[in-house]
Design a protein around this ligand. Structure first.
Ligand code: LLP
Length: 431
């Protein structure tokens, strides 16, 4: 870490950690209405002050349980790669865990030192390896996490002899949905039993610094047991192979998407993680994404159509200008996002289906959920949109991606412009 970064981190870590959870109801309706009026909808709003609080709370939780106070928290950049977010987590003293060359470049360009950047390469395309190793040759002392013996060969053949960690398939996974439960899947990592042999070979050619595993994403409740099991296995492995700088046990800490769901007690999770790991002569590293940014973001969308639910239903369908192209999680994982009507004041509730403009039945944010009677022109807010929201946006149905506003210290500024229709065809030129 650079001296400057250390200075920033020390200051930031003294800052407030805020409440354990920020609910959709906690956002100020007039402020959100003002932003929608100024910038249009659909619009992502990301509160950098909340990102900072979440980052500091994580650091405190993991550092407190660590004898030397030096647990390593690496932000999983994929949850939200916006430059302002990256700058904020860097200032709060987190490192950057990157899943692609694009994320590595974004992290370095946002000011992370090479030493703070980890590239977790899953079946890395050659172009990605080339770009990352170019940055390494230019002096970025980053860490590459390899998940296959093949990847080691490809790194050797490119002359890489820098910091290397091996991704372990720990044989145990967890997560909010089968599509994000990675831990036991053959796609990820080197089978547990083969890791000691592979590491011994790797030490001849690389600076072997760590072992890595990730159970999955959105871990809470019973899944915490599976996570602890993964951590315990990693502790055993670390003691068996010895001589490591860090043991990275992944990210995946869940956040409460439902209004009444309690938040994780992150300090208790950190204590349980350390206990499960046991005595190891290496730093504990974690790499959460969602926990840092989820409740720092909302998506604003405007109602353009209200019609009857049909059949025997007493409810209505509210058509909105955001869809699965703006926030994919409900369509892809049946994910629940809280919805609040920012216009409604004392209106009666009825079952409301909130539907986007995309010609797919999956393009629904909720079905028959009790919400205030919607009217055309109402502004709706979707909660916990800060993680994997903008990041998974697409241009399907030729829908340009939305704009994003960031809030910091009581001011708001446009962080990403709304994509234009021209941008959608720019790559085609006249062809
Ligand atoms: N580390 C690795 C190696 C990962 O693959 C991931 C997430 C993380 C850390 C961070 O996990 P988190 O703390 O954010 O749960 N699009 C899905 C989530 C996919 C997560 C993929 N990997 C969603 O919207 O739920």
């Amino acid at each position: 870490m650079s001296e400057e970064a250390v200075g920033d981190a020390a200051d930031a870590t003294d800052g407030p950690t805020g409440p354990a959870v920020r609910r959709l109801a906690d956002w100020t309706a007039p402020d959100l209405r003002g932003l929608a009026a100024e910038h249009g909808t659909p619009l992502y709003v990301t509160d950098l002050d909340r990102v900072r609080e979440n980052a500091i709370r994580l650091r405190r939780a993991f550092d407190a349980g660590d004898e030397d106070g030096d647990a390593d928290v690496r932000y999983a950049v994929k949850a939200h790669t916006g430059r302002a977010v990256l700058r904020t987590v860097r200032e709060a003293g987190l490192g950057a865990e990157c899943a692609s060359a694009g994320e590595v470049v974004r992290a370095l360009d946002a000011g992370f030192e090479g030493r703070e950047v980890q590239y977790t390469a899953v079946n890395p395309p050659s172009g990605d390896l080339d770009i990352v190793l170019d940055r390494w040759r230019d002096g970025a002392d980053l860490t590459v996490v390899a998940g296959a013996a093949d990847t080691l060969d490809r790194l050797r053949s490119r002359g890489f002899d820098g910091r290397l960690a091996v991704r372990v398939n720990p044989g145990v996974g967890a997560g909010h949905h089968e599509k994000v439960t990675t831990g036991g899947h053959a796609k990820f990592g080197v089978p547990y039993d083969r890791v000691p042999g592979l590491l011994a070979d790797a030490r001849a050619d690389f600076d072997v610094v760590g072992i890595h595993a990730h159970a999955g994403s959105g871990i809470s409740g019973d899944d915490l047991d599976a996570h602890r099991e993964l951590v315990a296995r990693m502790g055993e492995l670390a003691r068996e192979v010895g001589d490591l700088e860090f043991v990275d046990v992944g990210g995946g800490f869940g956040v409460p998407y439902r209004e009444a769901e309690p938040p994780l007690d992150i300090a208790a999770v950190a204590d349980a993680t350390r206990e499960a790991l046991g005595e190891v002569d290496a730093v504990l590293a974690v790499e959460p994404g969602r926990y840092v940014v989820a409740d720092a973001g909302v998506l604003l969308t405007r109602v353009n159509t209200v019609k009857e639910g049909g059949g025997d239903e007493s409810g209505v369908v509210a058509g909105v200008d955001a869809g699965m192209t703006t926030l994919l999680r409900p369509a892809m994982y049946d994910a629940y996002h809280a919805i609040r009507n920012l216009a409604a004041d004392g209106r009666a509730e009825l079952p409301v289906t909130v539907a986007g403009p995309v010609c797919e039945t999956a393009d629904l944010f909720c079905e028959e959920r009790p919400l205030p009677t919607p009217e055309r022109g109402d502004l709706l807010a979707l909660g916990n949109a800060g993680a994997y929201g903008y990041e998974m946006a697409s241009t399907y149905n030729s829908r340009p991606r939305p704009a994003e506003v960031v809030l910091e210290g009581g001011t708001a500024r446009l962080a990403r412009e709304r994509e234009s229709l021209d941008a959608l065809t720019a790559l085609e030129g006249d062809r």
